[in-house]
Write a protein that binds this ligand. Structure first.
Ligand SMILES: C[S@@+](CC[C@H](N)C(=O)[O-])C[C@H]1O[C@@H](n2cnc3c(N)ncnc32)[C@H](O)[C@@H]1O
Length: 219
């Protein structure tokens, strides 16, 4: 159930409540802890998904039986590990990262987790890399997770519409644009464009996570 307050956006989570929940549902082993803590350790921005969001990514991949997944925005590899751990045996995740330093940290965390065979990190602007990923493999992708530059979301979603198989899943974090979705700002307008274009190709929901997470199934 939801009450009036929670339906209107009031949140009941506190740091203590979230710690209790993560202790029951999103427990880190050594590899996940290493990847989650890497941004702080390496002086990178600490903008990785939360443990509960990461755990949800794992379960969503497991539900899909995902074998072929693309991520935009690797950072230190935390969400990449979460995604890859839910993939079916033989599955492959390609994670795209702009910053070579971030990619190096991510590859190290991925190797520590023993998942270098399953996860490939490609350096460069995702919009330049994505076309080569789709070549000859249109509509075969099982899932795509978008968590990078917010002005790129409409282009990433258009790419997903051509690359995902029917029933494939697009997931996009920060869909409330840090609470500024309705602001008079070019990036906010791009995020609104992203929301607006999904309906043509996807069945959608936007989960009310702290910053909104879109789930969109390719029709
Ligand atoms: C929010 S972080 C990703 C966090 C990661 N998904 C996680 O939860 O562990 C966003 C990442 O996207 C990268 N990025 C920004 N613009 C990009 C672009 N155009 N192409 C690829 N990566 C980009 C940034 O360098 C940063 O590492």
């Amino acid at each position: 159930m939801a009450d009036h307050d929670s339906r209107s956006g009031v949140r009941y989570a506190t740091p203590e409540l979230l710690a209790f929940i993560e202790g029951h549902h999103a427990v880190h082993d050594a590899a996940l802890a290493r990847a989650f803590e890497a941004p702080a350790r390496h002086g990178m921005p600490q903008i990785q998904v939360s443990p509960s969001e990461g755990r949800a990514l794992t379960l969503l991949m497991r539900l899909l039986g995902a074998r072929s997944v693309v991520e935009v925005g690797t950072l230190a590899g935390y969400s990449a590990l979460c995604l890859a751990r839910g993939m079916a045996p033989g599955g492959k995740l390609v994670s795209l990262e702009l910053d070579p330093g971030n990619a190096e940290v991510a590859r190290d965390n991925i190797a520590f987790a023993g998942m270098s065979e399953q996860i490939e990190v490609i350096v460069g602007p995702a919009l330049s890399t994505l076309p080569s990923l789709a070549r000859g493999r249109a509509a075969e992708l099982d899932a795509m997770f978008i968590d990078a530059d917010k002005s790129g979301y409409p282009d990433y979603a258009r790419w997903a519409a051509s690359a995902l198989r029917p029933g494939g899943l697009l997931i996009a974090d920060n869909s409330y644009y840090f609470g500024q979705l309705l602001a008079d700002h070019p990036e906010a307008a791009r995020m609104r464009e992203f929301h607006g274009l999904l309906g043509e190709h996807f069945e959608t929901a936007c989960l009310p996570t702290p910053d909104g997470m879109v789930l969109a199934i390719r029709k």
